[in-house]
Every structure is written in C-alpha cells, then in structure tokens.
Design a binder for this molecule. Structure first.
Ligand SMILES: [Zn+2]
Length: 70
C-alpha cells in the first residue's frame, strides 16, 4: 500500500481531525514533509479538505485534514 493510500484510509475511518505532524507520527510516515505533500496533492484532487482547526491529537490550532464532503 502506498503512503497516499495509508493516509487516505486513515482519514476515512477516523472521525478525529489530525494535523500533518500527528499523521506523520501516527502512521510512521517520515519526514513530515512527505505527509504535507501527499495531503496537498489529495486536496488538489478534491479528495480532502485542509483547514485551520484544533488538532484532535496535539490540541494545537493547525492545518488539519478531513475527507471532502464531511
Ligand atoms: Zn496534531
């Protein structure tokens, strides 16, 4: 499974909102920049939304990732 699929699957099944850093940590996809690139790519494809909200994991206000249409 590619890292893109791993991220998509995770965001699909999680109701919580995660920032790039926490996704990197939880999914063990390093460096964090890779998560950032993948999420921006998915956003361009209209597959997920990125907006500044409180991350469910680190509780900081950051760009979080969620599925489009939620
Ligand atoms: Zn976080």
């Amino acid at each position: 499974m590619s890292n893109t699929q791993i991220i998509q699957n995770f965001i699909n099944r999680e109701n919580d909102l995660y920032c790039d850093d926490c996704l990197s940590e939880k999914l063990d996809i390093k460096p964090r920049q890779q998560v950032n690139q993948i999420c921006n790519k998915l956003k361009k494809q209209g597959l997920l939304k990125r907006e500044v909200k409180q991350c469910s994991s680190c509780s900081k206000d950051k760009f979080i990732n969620k599925m489009e249409g939620i």
